[in-house]
Structures are given as C-alpha cells and as structure tokens.
Design a protein around this ligand. Structure first.
Ligand code: ZN
Length: 270
C-alpha cells in the first residue's frame, strides 16, 4: 500500500464522498475504518453519544494522517452496566453481530484490504465485534481486521473508565462545546478526588450527585484538552503500528474480559 501523502484526500468521511473520491482514496490506501459506540448516560456534563463521537473523531484523524476512509458511525451498542440508566439504548448483540459480518463482506467485495473496527464503548468489543470478526474469518474473509476498544490502544492509566477524566478530556479535545463542566461542581465539591484515586458513582446512593453514573477517575480533577490530545496520540500510534505490521492480534485466543487496557497490545488478524 502506498502512503497517504502521495494522494492526499481532503474528505475521508465516506458518506460525504463521491465515487471518484472514494476510488482515489481506495487506490491510495485500501483501508476502511468503522467507529462503534453507544447512546448511553455519560453523566450530566457529557453528551450521550460520547463513545461513538470519540471513536469517529479518532478515526477521522487517523484517515487524515494515514489515508483510508471512515464509515458512518454505528451507535448500536450492547452490554455494560448502564442498561437501566435514562437516555441509554442497548440492543441484542446477535442483531449487531450479523450487521457487522455483513459490513465486513461489503468492504471486502468493494476492494478494501484492511478494516479497523473501533469501539468507544468497551463491552461492544466482546459482545459483537470479536464474534463478528471471527465469523467473517471462518467464512473465508480475507481482509485484515483490527477490532478493538480504544482503551486497549493506550497505557492503562489513560484507557479505563466511564465519563471519567479520560472521556471528559477526549470531549474537551474533540468537541469542547458539548461539555458542561459547571454541572459537576457545587454542593458536593468536598468529595472531589485526588488525581490517583478512582471511584464508582453508579450506585443509587449517588443519584443526586453530579458524578452519578461515572466510573473511574474523577472528571472534576485534571480534565483537559491536553490530556485528550495525549490519549489521541497514543491511540493513533497503536493504529499506525498495526497498519505497519509492528503489532499483532491473535484474535481467537484473546482472553480479555474485564479491563481491556490491561492488555497492552492487539492487532493484525492472520
Ligand atoms: Zn464512554
């Protein structure tokens, strides 16, 4: 595959591209990237589509840097502990598994050689991305497919949590207008945590707390666009390392179940 600089594309979002732009992009670099996420409670201060928005923007930045096209984001999610929270929509994993297998075949038949399936909602990975990728491989699929949660592409301290400091920082970096930090402060300021502490604000006793539904680090401490940039740099580096064949993923033996970011690598399917 040629490198991106040779055929710079100004538009990488598939839904906005005309046929000749798609052909040129594919000739330059036959890769397609698909963001997955959720519509899910992310605290009072963040938008419900955060997981998907963040994955989409990361892949747009990858495509701008490296080439390839970005498929429209898939907001259908499955799994996780927020099923009973307001503003949260979860779906049967079998439905989405089938959709993803179909998508991979469309991509292969359209000439793509490489696909990155990136989820910003961690459970999607084991609920449907990995099973769908394995089904596609078992059916004889030939593309290299990299299926991961974005937290796996970073060091542990930068990858975990829900609506925590990291996700808040990602939004402050990507779309700051969507974040409302003021809604985190007020009555409960005395329990603001130190930077190294983590906590679970998902239980019902926190229903009135501004951090209700958050898990991990405290977004009231140290959230910044600069931290979001740091996470972005690490994620993009992991993608580039995979695209360059520097890291590998043995998808059928992947045993990750709980905290994906404890597994420091992932990668190219056979
Ligand atoms: Zn999230």
């Amino acid at each position: 595959m040629n490198n991106k600089q040779e055929n710079h594309q100004t538009e990488c979002r598939l839904e906005y591209m005309r046929p000749e732009q798609i052909d040129a992009a594919q000739q330059a670099y036959p890769a397609i990237y698909v963001p997955f996420g959720s519509i899910e409670w992310h605290g009072q201060h963040l938008p419900v589509g955060l997981d998907t928005i963040k994955a989409h923007q990361l892949l747009v930045e990858l495509a701008e840097k490296r080439g390839g096209v970005v498929h429209p984001a898939i907001y259908y999610s499955s799994g996780g502990g927020h099923n009973d929270f307001a503003y949260t929509f979860m779906y049967d994993k079998e439905l989405i598994q089938k959709l993803v297998v179909n998508m991979l075949w469309h991509f292969e038949r359209s000439g793509y050689k490489v696909a990155i399936l990136l989820t910003g909602h961690a459970p999607n990975r084991l609920e449907y991305l990995i099973p769908a990728t394995i089904t596609y491989m078992d059916q004889g699929g030939k593309m290299d497919v990299f299926s991961l949660f974005e937290g796996q592409a970073t060091r542990k301290e930068l990858g975990c949590g829900h609506a925590c400091r990291i996700e808040t920082s990602m939004m402050l970096k990507q779309f700051p207008d969507t974040v409302r930090m003021e809604s985190l402060y007020g009555e409960y300021d005395e329990d603001i945590l130190e930077e190294t502490e983590i906590h679970n604000w998902m239980t019902s006793e926190y229903q009135e707390h501004p951090c209700y539904g958050i898990v991990g680090t405290d977004p009231r401490t140290g959230s910044s666009a600069a931290l979001g940039q740091k996470v972005t740099d690490e994620v993009l580096q992991t993608f580039e390392d995979w695209l360059d064949g520097k890291i590998e993923m043995h998808i059928k033996h992947d045993t990750w179940t709980l905290f994906p970011c404890q597994k420091p690598f992932v990668s190219r399917v056979l």
